[in-house]
Design a protein around this ligand. Structure first.
Ligand code: ADP
Ligand code: MG
Ligand code: ZN
Length: 474
């Protein structure tokens, strides 16, 4: 029996504002516990919230960048529940009148484009944090995070595989980072996601019973957890067992999902409009002003990279995944006007050596990479030597010219110097020379290799080939 996977994501993104959503406290991460608090975000009775206008600006930006409708009137609502990290006893969120609805974004998976619907995006406040210390029989509460502005972005159940879910998540992440409304730091929890997943027999319209994977904080975890859940649910369905609707946690150590204690889904939040916050009206003028200030977004940048630099779609997708990477590419191309060469180096050597770290932390600056590639282009060094120079640059941050000079790596393009060596090698390898003359041109590789050994990789490969050909057939 064939099953179809159905996934919908709820993303929580912390907005990059200086102050909290309903008070003037700082949103800075990592301050000593409970130092960024005031009566409002501590939930003291009688305190009134005042909405941070920048949160609205940010939400509108995100709405416009996801092809969504900005509702002319939106309303905050109270989501009631008790938890020690929620001093008010309710979370101020939005319910039936969210700021944004009915959008979509396009994702690319395996070279194919797919449109994913966005149901709604609403504003809300974050809760505090509980700190459980296994060595002590107590839990601590840190309320610095209460009132940090969040956007919750809810997708339609349009995703059909863990891979699509990951691509969607990355795209939303990129959009928020391009807009500079969220720092996107997943380790610190500024960008996290709940993934809902179900299976249904191929062809069936009705959605299957879903499970919800809570609070995932890395792209890799999201994909791994969903892949596990696909297998687990399929096994259950094949054995005619039922999938139980429940909330699960991903355990990266065991590679399994585990049921969360407590019946999360039995919540009745008793939403009602927040009487302390009047409905927010947003007029066209405001929206237009924000639209005019929007930066170039990932899709537009990708298209421009294809048009302006003649990059293949594949390269353009990877290079525009983050704004920093795209900026790096453009800065390198400004020095070395060979976009495809720059792209190749970035996608292979550079990204591999970065091992997932931010490009901003790379010691090789884009102009230095451009200079290095120019040196190859001009024949100063060979492509192979360029790689060793590059590793040196990664560790020392030095300019390529300096490294090449210090280590005496300049390519030997002097014909007479190389010719002497070529003749010597041919003389020392009469049988290989015979093979070559007999038509076995593959031994050319052997000859050039010998020459590279003698010159410590510095022989100009093009000239080397030419000289061997000339001498062997001459
Ligand atoms: P809740 O408020 O309980 O989290 P929602 O109906 O708002 O539930 O849905 C939350 C997310 O779950 C949305 O992204 C939606 O697309 C997705 N979703 C809903 N039903 C299913 C299902 N049967 N299978 C997979 N995803 C689903
Ligand atoms: Mg949910
Ligand atoms: Zn406060």
């Amino acid at each position: 029996m064939e099953f179809e996977t159905v996934i919908g994501l709820e993303i929580h993104a912390q907005m990059k504002t200086e102050s909290k959503i309903f008070c003037g406290c700082s949103t800075e991460f990592g301050a000593p516990p409970n130092t960024h608090t005031c009566p409002v975000c501590l939930g003291m009775p009688g305190c009134l919230p005042v909405l941070n206008k920048r949160v609205l600006d940010f939400a509108i930006k995100v709405g416009l960048s996801t092809n969504s409708r900005i509702n002319p009137v939106n309303q905050f609502a109270r989501k009631n529940y008790f938890y020690p990290d929620l001093p008010k006893g309710y979370q101020t969120s939005q319910y039936d009148k969210p700021i944004i609805e009915d959008g979509f974004i396009d994702i690319e998976v395996d070279g194919e484009q797919k449109r994913i619907g966005i149901t709604r995006i609403h504003m809300e406040e974050d809760a505090g944090k509980l700190i459980h210390n296994e060595m002590e029989p107590v839990s601590y509460v840190d309320l610095n995070r209460t009132g940090t502005p969040l956007l919750e972005i809810v997708s339609e159940p349009d995703l059909r595989s863990p891979q699509e879910a990951s691509a969607y998540l990355k795209k939303i992440h990129a959009i928020l980072r391009y807009l500079d409304v969220c720092d996107g730091n997943m380790q610190e929890g500024s960008f996290r996601c709940d993934a809902n997943i179900s299976l249904r027999p191929m062809g069936q319209q009705e959605l299957g019973t879903r499970t919800e994977l809570k609070n995932m904080n890395s792209f890799r975890n999201v994909q791994a957890a969903l892949e596990f859940e696909v297998r687990r649910q399929r096994d259950l369905l094949l054995e005619k067992d039922k999938v139980i609707q429940q909330t699960l946690l991903w355990n990266p150590d065991t590679g399994k999902t585990e049921p969360m204690r407590g019946k999360e889904d039995a919540h009745d939040y008793r939403y009602f409009p927040c009487p302390d916050l009047i409905p927010v009206e947003i007029d066209e003028l405001w929206i237009d002003k924000i639209r005019k200030g929007l930066p170039e977004l990932p899709d537009q940048k990708r298209q421009r990279f294809i048009d302006e630099f003649s990059l293949p779609e594949y390269d353009a997708v990877i290079l525009t995944e983050s704004k920093e990477l795209a900026d790096y590419f453009e800065a390198a191309v400004a020095v070395c006007a060979q976009p495809k060469k720059v792209s190749n180096w970035m996608m292979t050597e550079l990204l591999r050596e970065l091992k997932g770290a931010d490009i901003d932390q790379c010691l090789v600056k884009p102009n230095q990479l451009g200079t290095l590639l120019n040196m190859v282009e001009e024949g100063t060094i060979s492509g192979k030597i360029a790689k060793t120079v590059f590793f040196d640059m990664l560790e020392s941050g030095k300019d390529p010219e300096q490294i090449v000079k210090e280590k005496n790596l300049v390519q030997v393009s002097d014909e007479s110097e190389l010719l002497a060596l070529v003749r010597e090698i041919i003389e020392q390898n009469p049988s290989q020379a015979e093979e070559f003359r007999g038509g076995k041109t593959k031994v050319m590789g052997y000859f050039v290799g010998q020459l590279m050994q003698k010159t410590k990789g510095k022989a100009n490969p093009k000239l080397a080939n030419q000289l061997f050909n000339q001498e062997l057939s001459g």
